[in-house]
Design a protein around this ligand. Structure first.
Ligand code: ADP
Length: 323
């Protein structure tokens, strides 16, 4: 039966005014790639609903799952959204609802999920005035609010999906990188909070040439391994001579969790973002599950509460969900 006149138009209008999205958790740094490499996860993330409003500006109307500020300028979704609004000619505004599953301060890109999600959804609702690459600097404004540094290594993989390399910040140049199909991540989150801003403060500002050489050899090796589907090369390259030796001191049981993961068959293991989460990459879901078991046992032995996630790589990034 043909649709009554006008019904199709009405449905289109309703769809265009509101969008529900999945915003993936992300692992940043990935051992050797401090501030430049990141990857999106598939089985853990937040949800957001964005709605166009006639009223200008941005209102955060609901946050569920966590106690975070509703004030636009204190919430990373608001901060990135305001940067987006400043750069486009739209004269209305947006309402935002945030449903958090990723704990703030966990090291798997909680702030990035909201920052990237807000600008991705706004762009969709306005029929994509910006490319994905152009959305990155807006989302980085949310990261500036969360950590004091406008880094892109979580928001880039959230927006593009898969692995991303931030080749340069000035000018911004983000390179999406393919990855082998059977690559899985296991991420364990000991239930302690480390603020990104605090874990940045303990880093040294100078590195030795010797460590620099090792580190950029590994970054090149990791990127090559991802392109070539070479799991052994990926594993050999998951080394961090600069950040991990300092930051791992803040994470209880780090060395034991890492050894347990590697001894169980993980390709490599390191700090996720600024911690305290620890990630391991494995070839195939079965090994990723065994690695999860081995990591859990370490925390059970030392009586540290944890959450654990096993996920394939999310190659799509933020995605629209059924309403
Ligand atoms: P993560 O690495 O998990 O993103 P950070 O420590 O970098 O954790 O950022 C979390 C900080 O950002 C917290 O201080 C939190 O209160 C603040 N914040 C503001 N808005 C949000 C939001 N929508 N989602 C997550 N964190 C937010």
């Amino acid at each position: 039966m043909p649709a009554p006149k006008g019904e199709g138009t009405l449905i289109t209008t309703v769809m265009n005014n509101e969008i529900k999205i999945f915003c993936p958790a992300t692992i940043a740094n990935i051992s050797c790639g401090f501030d430049v490499l990141g990857v999106a996860l598939d089985s853990v993330g937040d949800e957001m609903v964005l709605r166009k409003t006639k009223e200008k500006g941005i209102r955060i109307t609901k946050i569920e799952g966590q106690d975070l500020p509703l004030e636009t300028d204190k919430n990373v979704a608001g901060a990135s959204g305001l940067a987006f609004l400043d750069a486009c000619s739209y004269d209305g505004g947006f309402e935002i609802e945030i449903y958090k599953n990723i704990k703030a301060g966990s090291g798997i890109g909680s702030s990035a999920a909201s920052s990237a999600g807000a600008v991705w959804a706004m762009n969709e609702l306005l029929n994509k005035p910006f490319s994905i690459h152009e959305l990155v600097p807006f989302a980085m404004q949310g990261e500036r609010l969360a950590s004091g540094v406008a880094h892109a290594d979580n928001v880039a993989p959230a927006l593009f999906g898969g692995f991303t390399l931030v080749r340069s910040y000035d000018p911004l140049d983000v390179i999406p990188i393919p990855s082998p199909d059977a690559l899985y991540a296991t991420v364990i989150h000991p239930q302690i909070e480390i603020k990104t801003s605090d874990s940045r403060k303990i880093l040294k500002t100078n590195i030795s040439l010797e460590n620099g050489i090792k580190q950029w050899g590994n970054v090149g090796g990791l990127v090559a391994g991802l392109f070539k589907n070479d799991y052994d090369l990926i594993g050999r390259s998951l080394e961090d001579h600069i950040i991990e030796p300092i930051r791992s001191i803040l994470i209880p049981g780090f060395d034991d969790v890492k050894s347990a993961a590697i001894n169980t068959g993980a390709l490599g293991c390191g700090i996720s973002g600024s911690g305290p989460s620890i990630f391991a990459f494995s070839k195939g879901e079965n090994i990723a599950k065994k690695v999860a078991q081995a990591m859990k046992e370490v925390y059970e032995n030392i009586e540290v509460d944890y959450e654990i996630h096993i996920s394939k790589i999310n190659t799509e990034g933020i995605r629209e969900m059924a309403p």
